[in-house]
Design a protein around this ligand. Sequence first.
Ligand SMILES: [Zn+2]
Length: 266
Amino acid sequence: MTSTVPIPADGHAPLAPGTPGVFTRLESFGVRGLDGGSLSLMYHKLGPRPRGVRLKGLYVPARLFRQQLRDLQRAGYRSVSMHGLASDGEARRVALTFDDGFVNVLTHGLEPLRESGFHAIQFLVSDLLGKTNLWEQQQGEASEPLMDASQIRDWMAAGHGIGAHTRTHPWLTRIPLAEAREEILGSKARLEDLFGVPILHFCYPYGDWNPAVRDLVEEAGFVTACTTEPGLNRPGGDPFRLRRLTARYASRNWANFGRLLRRWLG
Ligand SMILES: [Zn+2]
């Protein structure tokens, strides 16, 4: 099948025109809407939202999460490793990624993951294990606990992976390069010390990267890095620039409300 969608310079696959840039339900993409490459979904938080949350859509209710996994399973999707995302090239492959290491992912995610047989990875902020999302609270977001070392061991014991997301969650292109190197290298070393496994996958906080930061990640010994750029991944793409779709709860705006009404009435 030939595609009319141009391939960008980094070799990754953009989404077909008209497909949603975020992921709520698989059905929104049509039968073959995601067949142009391997899919990676970016999650943050699962379960009920505490009072006062600003970015409400980033809390995916456990029921919706379970439904998303069931949809993927029924459509024939199988888990792919982070490395496989960049090199595999087979259709219907998905990597489930969780940024930041929130406890609510352990609480609400383990069971649906076990039921569906999908594998997931959590990107951890190594100086903040067992603490809270300080970088978000500085911008007025509600406090949310992060997994401590023993909870991370529970996550790993269930068969899931971990990766690094820096030491303190800075904007890596806005700090001196030496500091960025320390954030990247330091998080890798700390997680390897604590958990005794090689940490090979990195995720740029806020999706903030540039070529110098990208090279620091490669020099540190990582083999992949995730951005927040939407799109699909295929062989030949830069493994330090993996694309993901944000998995989120659909906000109840008027367009959605109209669609619901039409469904109920029609
Ligand atoms: Zn993050």
